[in-house]
Design a binder for this molecule. Structure first.
Ligand SMILES: [Zn+2]
Length: 147
């Protein structure tokens, strides 16, 4: 057998190592990153869907892990900080919902029925609604002062 025949396509199984070493490195880094989040439970702040974090991950463009997460249920896209907001507790979550509602005019993106249920189920109600009222009073006063 001549040395040349070794390099013919006969008998050489195509593998995913069609990737360059650089792409392969990125790919394995992406898989490690996903693995790390396998057991982290997160809550989508928009719709209240609860799932494992790796379900929220999206890999895009040549195996680079996107820094955006997408909710598998409502398909809202969000950054890491937004995905973590529920885990920061009832005060932070209340502030976030408030800002989506009044500041960014994003109420159409929120599933309010689910959010209310979630807040109740997690025993967040007291702090959540206290914070909400506080904001409401603060902003109402502010608006009145402006006039
Ligand atoms: Zn969602």
């Amino acid at each position: 057998m001549s040395a040349q025949s070794v390099f013919t396509s006969d008998g050489i199984a195509p593998t995913r190592t069609d990737l360059t070493p650089r792409q392969l490195k990125k790919y394995s880094k992406a898989m490690q990153e996903i693995d790390k989040h396998k057991n982290t439970r997160v809550v989508c702040p928009f719709c209240g869907h609860m799932s494992m974090k790796n379900k929220f991950m999206s890999i895009t463009k040549g195996f680079i892990v996107s820094n955006m997460f997408e909710c598998p249920k409502c398909h809202e896209r969000m950054r890491q900080g937004t995905l973590d907001v529920f885990a920061q507790g009832p005060k932070a979550y209340s502030e976030w919902v408030w800002s989506q509602f009044y500041e960014f005019d994003n109420r159409g993106r929120l599933n309010l029925e689910n959010i209310k249920k979630l807040v109740k189920d997690f025993d967040f109600s007291e702090t959540f609604w206290d914070t909400w009222k506080q904001y409401k009073e603060e902003y109402t006063t502010k608006f009145e002062d402006d006039h």
